[in-house]
Design a protein around this ligand. Structure first.
Ligand SMILES: Cc1cc2nc3c(=O)[nH]c(=O)nc-3n(C[C@H](O)[C@H](O)[C@H](O)COP(=O)(O)OP(=O)(O)OC[C@H]3O[C@@H](n4cnc5c(N)ncnc54)[C@H](O)[C@@H]3O)c2cc1C
Length: 298
């Protein structure tokens, strides 16, 4: 767990949306909640950037490269056999042959942006992001040991924000940007939007002017797999009796949502195996709030 600090260019009460969010966070009993503008000085934020209010809470930080290895090992230890292959058609057309070929009971589709091809979903689109990785061992600037962000209105644009996240190793991630419908992963440290990102973060936290990029891995970029309406965790509806379960479109929150989505996928797999008819996700909202043992069974 790591302190995560949120800064605001106005007192939180003056922004109804932020105030409602903070009230909800406080009521949730989240660990380590603290509200106070003294966090601005404590974290060495330049007041000239415009922060006047702040709060902090404890949040888990996932080093995703480590987590991916851990997940792979976990799945393998449960008997999974990995096959690497690209599927180029809609899963509805391939369902019977894939189930037969792998002697499988169910297909779970977690292919992110490829939901367009594999699930016939033309609402899927990317939001490109990029992060600069700098050495955060305390030698070049005072070690940053809290995640720091300021609301988008203070940063000047909803798509070009200040987002600083120390990993659990000695790397600080400097972000962030959001570029809808950009498919190419061709950003570099010299791209204008990335230079602006760095300059913005240096104005926010002046110590970063002395930061050194990680020579082994200076810059990371990726496509957040978004979807028109929302995340899709739903059984296939186009084919009666289908045993396909979809889970894609988690956008910029795939790690945060992974725990809940995985639970819902497990429930939908059970349903599919029981022979219950598939229902649209929208119709399931209320059921999903009911503890599993009390849910209606088919
Ligand atoms: C800069 C950036 C910052 C982010 N920060 C956060 C954050 O702070 N917190 C958070 O929760 N999330 C964050 N995210 C979002 C998170 O990384 C994504 O939501 C998540 O990775 C999506 O996972 P996924 O498995 O659904 O899709 P993907 O990671 O896209 O995986 C899809 C998988 O399907 C496979 N696949 C695709 N097409 C096919 C095909 N045709 N045949 C066979 N296999 C196929 C791919 O090989 C891949 O393994 C961030 C993303 C970016 C880019």
């Amino acid at each position: 767990m790591m302190p995560s600090d949120f800064f605001f260019p106005h007192t939180v009460e003056n922004d109804p949306a932020q105030h409602s969010k903070m009230t909800e966070i406080m009521a949730s009993g989240v660990k380590g909640f603290y509200r106070g503008s003294d966090i601005i000085d404590e974290r060495r934020i330049d007041p000239a950037y415009g922060a006047v209010d702040a709060y902090e809470l404890m949040a888990p930080i996932i080093d995703t490269d480590k987590a991916m290895h851990w997940l792979m090992d976990l799945v393998e230890s449960k008997g999974a056999h990995f096959v690497t292959e690209t599927i180029t058609r809609d899963l509805v057309d391939l369902e019977d042959s894939l189930l037969a070929r792998f002697d499988a009971d169910v297909i779970v589709n977690c292919t992110g942006l490829q939901g367009e091809v594999l699930a016939g979903d033309d609402t899927v689109y990317p939001i490109r992001g990029g992060l600069i990785r700098v050495i955060n061992d305390g030698t070049d600037f005072p070690k940053v040991d809290a995640a720091l962000t300021i609301t988008a209105d203070a940063a000047g644009s909803a798509n070009e924000i200040v987002f600083l996240v120390p990993r659990n190793d000695n790397i600080l991630l400097i972000g962030g940007i959001a570029e809808p419908h950009e498919w190419e992963l061709n950003l570099t440290l010299e791209s204008p939007i990335i230079r602006r990102m760095r300059e913005r973060c240096e104005r926010f936290l002046p110590g970063l002017k002395d930061a050194r990029v990680d020579p082994d891995y200076p810059f990371a970029q990726g496509l957040r797999p978004f979807r028109g309406k929302n995340v899709r965790v739903e059984r296939e509806l186009r084919r009666t009796g289908s045993r396909i379960v979809h889970s894609y479109g988690q956008g910029g929150a795939g790690w945060s949502l992974s725990f809940g989505c995985a639970q819902d996928v497990a429930m939908l797999v059970e349903e599919a195996l029981s022979g219950a008819p598939a229902r649209p996700m929208a119709e399931m909202t209320n059921d999903w709030k009911i503890p599993k043992r009390e849910r209606r069974r088919w």
